[in-house]
Design a protein around this ligand. Structure first.
Ligand SMILES: [Zn+2]
Length: 368
């Protein structure tokens, strides 16, 4: 005998479907088009919309008989922890940054650091008038390897953190849902969101640490141990330069942005300004950097045969240098030029904060 779904569950399912549809549509929707798209009848859609409007999740526009997402009804916080700075971003449902604050305090795995971080987050929320009841959760990105099964941060070399329990971080955020993840994975996740998850892609993050995310078959491939995409620790020069991880010759030892900034006593912006002014010393340093980067990119392309997206702080400076990268990649890969597969990230600054906030938004969309 066929069993009918209980009415309350049916109502909730319809409401969720209607909300997901409105979320995916950018702009206004009408009752009729929603009903047609979801194969539901008009009274069902109308009742669901009434509920969503009452809850503040959807805005009614009676003047044009339409509805749209109330993107600011809910929000999630993304916190990016790096060795020299920390950024707190508050993101609405469509990943617009509602508020942000940079803390120029060096990272330190101590109660005093985390307590300051929580204080700054609370003060940012207060000053922006954001009610805590509307917050979905706090995502934290860390330049390191996370073992989710064991609940441990295995290592974050640029933070000099080795094998700690995530609980040592989470307990400071005990009033909220909290989630920690690798920074490059979070940035890759948001790029996939911008792309509707259609394309297979490798995201390579060029920051102080070098990491990546592998996005295949509409999902993020984590690997058996959650360590996939750690391209920064591929050995590219035997017995080469010392890496943050303690080994020698890793890609990160050659393609960390420190090579183009901290090590030279300049900012990245100054480096590229002097490079573009024709400074011969900087030109030689850039050529060495680019050579190692394209070695790694060609290995990644040959391994995965899919698009590669460059992200992280360096990406903002790479547009004028793409032709050189394409040409050099053409010399190092078979049958193709870099133009065919190399792109720059699109989200821009704080993509890691947005990506980790997006985990909570996606979870809400699936379960509310
Ligand atoms: Zn390494």
């Amino acid at each position: 005998m066929e069993r009918k779904m209980p009415a309350a569950i049916m109502r909730q399912t319809n409401r969720r479907q209607v909300y997901q549809y409105i979320y995916q549509k950018i702009g206004k929707v009408t009752i009729a088009e929603t009903a047609e798209a979801l194969a539901l009848d008009l009274p069902t859609v109308s009742a669901s919309l009434d509920e969503l409007v009452k809850e503040g999740l959807v805005t009614a526009m009676p003047e044009c008989h339409a509805y749209e997402l109330a993107a600011q009804a809910l929000y999630a916080v993304g916190i990016s922890i790096e060795s020299g700075k920390t950024y707190i971003a508050v993101m609405d449902m469509r990943l617009n940054e509602l508020a942000g604050r940079e803390l120029a305090v060096p990272f330190c795995h101590a109660d005093s650091y985390y307590e300051r971080l929580v204080r700054e987050m609370e003060s940012l929320l207060d000053s922006s008038g954001l009610e805590r009841g509307r917050m979905l959760g706090v995502g934290i990105t860390i330049p390191g390897i996370i073992d989710r099964r064991e609940g441990r941060l295995v290592m974050a070399p640029t933070l000099d953190l080795w094998d700690i329990s995530l609980e040592e971080i989470y307990r400071h955020f005990s009033h909220y849902s909290v989630y920690a993840e690798n920074d490059a994975n979070a940035s890759g996740y948001v790029e996939r969101w911008l792309d509707d998850g259609c394309r297979d892609m490798i995201y390579l993050s060029l920051r102080r640490g070098v990491g990546g995310a592998i996005l295949l078959n509409d999902r993020q491939y984590a690997g058996d141990n959650g360590r996939s995409g750690e391209f920064g620790h591929m050995r590219i020069v035997p017995a080469g330069r010392l890496c943050h991880c303690g080994r020698r010759g890793c890609l990160e030892a050659y393609c960390s942005i420190d090579r183009l900034s901290v090590d030279l006593g300049v900012t990245l912006k100054e480096f590229f300004a002097r490079l573009e002014a024709g400074d011969e010393v900087f030109l030689a340093i850039w050529e060495e950097y680019r050579n190692h980067l394209t070695d790694a990119l060609s290995m990644i392309r040959i391994s995965f045969d899919c698009d590669i997206m460059l992200g992280g702080e360096l990406a903002a400076y790479l547009e004028p240098h793409l032709p050189e990268l394409y040409w050099e990649l053409g010399e190092k890969t078979l049958f193709e030029t870099g133009r065919m597969f190399l792109n720059l990230e699109r989200f821009g600054p704080h993509s890691d904060c947005a990506g980790t906030a997006l985990r909570f938004i996606d979870d809400f969309l699936l379960t509310f």
